[in-house]
Design a protein around this ligand. Structure first.
Ligand code: ADP
Ligand code: MG
Length: 330
């Protein structure tokens, strides 16, 4: 199968009459027509085999994840997805792989009404790069720079599951101590994350700052703090909200214990949850956004004027050295 047959077969679909996409796959450029009064929100994310995913990863999940991580960036800005392009390097033409990959990719695209409008296809080591386009009313995008002292800090969903799965895949002997259902659920979070698009849209005009957690809670919180020129106090006791938390004993006799889960939660990465701030006066509005988007959110701390992150436990006591082993994740 040649390059053009491949594009036609797996990555071209009948044009949909949609106001935002004026021209899709097949010409030199796609044409997008954002509605008047809207800003175009644009983001790219690349997935490299061996770096971002294991060789042999299920292609359908990979297709889903490649788009999910890009949708997550739009969500973090409060932008509505419109369209995306796909730049793909493939070692060889593998029909079964392409079939699964395009299915996972296009299913998620359809869920969000986000159309594949173009791309590039070349031979080379497996590499998937998506550029996504969304729209947001002018001036209403959620930025990293809007957090103010005394704002609440929230995170959506659960954190740490993807990291747990990654560690388990790398140390399968130790991971045998974990319940199989827990592992399967965590692995789904690693391989097929859920972008929080509806929550991002509902947080427009409510959140003061937002981003999506891709590198770990504390590291990504640092981006908001630096951009906003503030600091934060985070309650580490309420950030253990993994799928796995309830299933794990205090000590498992291997490194998959509660302390390890703490680390996954605070510094795990690959979660694709939204981390956002909002004034305390907006608590009811945050609850309404959570409900409207059917996305759970947890209040985990407060923005403070003094720079840096201070961790406390459930009793309000400072937690200073307990997470010194974060370097483990560096
Ligand atoms: P160019 O003339 O720019 O080299 P190509 O031959 O690379 O165009 O691609 C032909 C058409 O197919 C273009 O519209 C391009 O956007 C689209 N395309 C190429 N690769 C992909 C892909 N992986 N997914 C979707 N569309 C693609
Ligand atoms: Mg080209």
């Amino acid at each position: 199968m040649g390059e053009f047959d491949l594009i036609a077969r797996y990555f071209t679909r009948p044009a949909r009459p949609d106001g935002a996409v004026a021209l899709g796959v097949g010409d030199d450029c796609a044409l997008l027509a954002p509605a008047p009064g809207m800003q175009l929100a644009v983001s790219s994310d690349m997935l490299v085999e061996g770096r971002h995913f294991f060789a042999g990863t299920d292609p359908e999940r990979l297709g889903h994840k490649a788009l999910a991580v890009n949708l997550s960036d739009l969500a973090a800005c409060g932008a509505r997805p419109l369209a995306f392009t796909l730049a793909l390097a493939l070692p060889q033409v593998d029909a079964a792989w392409l079939e699964g990959f395009s299915r996972g990719l296009l299913q998620l695209a359809d869920t969000h009404g986000c159309e594949l409008v173009g791309g590039d296809t070349t031979q080379g080591p497996l590499n998937i790069c998506i550029t996504i386009f969304g729209e947001v009313p002018t001036g209403q995008a959620l930025l990293r720079s809007g957090a103010r002292p005394s704002d609440d800090i929230y995170v959506s969903g659960t954190l740490g599951d993807a990291r747990l799965a990654l560690e388990a895949l790398q140390d399968q002997a130790a991971a045998a101590a974990l319940p199989a259902e827990t592992l399967a659920a965590a692995r789904l979070r690693l391989e097929a994350p859920t972008p929080r698009v509806a929550l991002g849209l509902a947080l427009r005009g409510v959140a003061s700052a937002a981003l999506d957690v891709s590198d770990g809670l504390l590291g990504d919180l640092g981006h908001i703090l630096r951009a906003s020129g503030v600091g934060a106090c985070v309650d580490t006791s309420i950030t253990i909200n993994l799928i796995a938390a309830s299933a794990l004993p205090e000590s498992t006799g291997c490194h998959f214990d509660l302390n390890f889960l703490h680390q996954c939660t605070l510094a795990g990465g690959d979660d694709y949850e939204l981390l956002f701030t909002a004034p305390a006066a907006a608590r009811a509005a945050v609850a309404a956004a959570s409900q409207a988007s059917s996305t759970p959110v947890t209040r985990i701390g407060r923005i403070e004027a003094e720079p840096g992150v201070r961790l406390i436990d459930g009793q309000g006591q400072a937690v200073v050295h307990r997470y010194a082993s974060f370097d483990h994740f560096a």
